[in-house]
Write a protein that binds this ligand. Structure first.
Ligand code: BGC
Length: 416
């Protein structure tokens, strides 16, 4: 057939419109179900589809991922794990030790992951020296999100220390708003507690007490002071907070019902989905007293051993796509986090992301870069469960700071 411009156009239109044959499939477990989270994960699905890999969604709702991890365990134990699952931090080591995870060194070597990732990230992705997981982002957890109009109307200023937080929160409350938008779920209580630990105790205390689990540091006046401040926050949370999802709490700041939320920067994904702009519609600042520090929470997909080569091939495509420049950019613009990959252009990211990028680098030089214990980056699941339980119990009671501290010390001692 003689080719002319018309046939060429038809041929190329067909080539672009006909999807690539879906030779393989990945089943992916995650807990990204809020507006911002869903927009983020959708892009991974699109990228894989474009590479000929179809996506079977295995979403288990529940912020912080506790529900997802429970479901994952039962699937894995019954011998039917997904292709990949959102698993983070020390848990990756626990799954690796049990022999479940696939070695993806061939993808990592071919794409130079060792030189494209900061060591603090790549270390977490390896089990016994081999890559078994791929990082999608770096979340900063120690953030305060504020509605500037609520602040203006209340005559309040953005707090920079926890004692100032109490003063400003009272002004917001007196003006008729909810001062602290909060969801009463254990992981959210722990997220706020973690910010108080860092703001009141500082990074060295944080690491000794909540990473090294040093008992004399845990049983100290600093821990008592942390519980005191944390207990003072009870008065700023509304009566409907029990069980509330984190994104519903974020929407209270977005809608001007509440002044502030203490939450990781996945909250920014919700502001973005609601078409809100940083500076005018919302403000992001580091949580009180934590400006020189960075509590990191790296989301990653760990890969499970597969029974056939087609599935292994699809898994390798997924691993490769995750570290592509395009994916790291678009995913993180939606998710509120910053790319895990080094050397990415900053221009399309907003000022919150720029602050986060700067703080990540600066804090890694000063010792202020600390793993989030509320988000599974610092301690085993057993210890973080013990911390969450104690912290929630304290926040929902009238226990004194000393009682809170003693319960925490005993719970950690029993779990570690
Ligand atoms: C995850 C985030 C997620 C958040 C709320 C965190 O533990 O790292 O990716 O957006 O939980 O679900």
């Amino acid at each position: 057939m003689k080719m002319n411009l018309a046939t060429l156009t038809v041929a190329s239109t067909l080539a672009f419109n006909v999807p690539l044959a879906q030779s393989s499939d990945v089943e992916v477990l995650h807990w990204w179900t809020s507006g911002g989270e869903a927009a983020s994960v959708k892009y991974l699905k699109t990228k894989l589809n474009n590479s000929g890999v179809s996506w079977t969604d295995f979403a288990v709702a529940g912020g912080g991922g506790e529900n997802a991890m429970t479901v994952l365990k039962s699937r894995a134990i019954s011998g039917n794990p997904p292709t990949a699952a959102q698993i983070k931090g020390p848990s990756i080591q626990e799954w690796g030790d049990l022999g479940f995870l696939a070695n993806i060194d061939s993808v990592a070597k071919a794409n130079n992951w060792d030189s494209m990732l900061p060591a603090v990230v790549s270390d977490v992705m390896k089990h016994k020296g081999s890559y078994v997981a791929a990082p999608v982002n770096v979340h900063r957890v120690n953030w305060l999100w504020a509605n500037p109009e609520v602040f203006r109307k209340s005559g309040a200023t953005i707090p920079t220390t926890w004692s100032d937080f109490i003063v400003q929160a009272k002004k917001i409350q007196d003006a008729g708003y909810i001062a602290l938008a909060h969801g009463g779920q254990p992981w959210q209580d722990a997220t706020v507690f973690e910010a108080v630990v860092l703001g009141v105790g500082g990074a060295d205390y944080y690491k000794k007490a909540f990473v090294d689990l040093d008992m004399s540091t845990l049983k100290s006046d600093t821990t008592k002071a942390v519980f005191k401040t944390f207990g003072e926050l009870r008065q700023f949370v509304d009566a409907n907070s029990p069980g509330r999802d984190w994104n519903v709490a974020t929407s209270m700041v977005i809608n001007g019902k509440a002044g502030m939320q203490i939450m990781g920067d996945w909250a920014k994904g919700e502001f973005k989905v609601a078409n809100k702009n940083v500076g005018t519609d919302f403000v992001c600042v580091s949580a009180p007293g934590t400006s020189g520090s960075f509590t990191f929470n790296i989301d990653s997909f760990a890969f499970f051993k597969q029974k056939n080569t087609e599935d292994t091939k699809a898994q390798n495509v997924m691993a490769k796509e995750i570290l592509s420049t395009d994916f790291q950019k678009v995913f993180n613009l939606n998710k509120g986090s910053i790319p895990a990959k080094l050397g990415m252009a900053r221009t399309e990211f907003d000022s919150c992301a720029h602050d986060s990028m700067d703080a990540f680098v600066a804090s890694s030089q000063t010792g202020g870069l600390v793993p989030s214990f509320a988000h599974g980056m610092a301690v085993s699941e057993a210890v973080s469960g013990a911390i969450n339980d104690t912290v929630t119990n304290y926040f929902n009671s009238s226990l004194s700071p000393s009682e809170g501290m003693n319960q925490l010390v005993s719970a950690i001692a029993a779990a570690k």
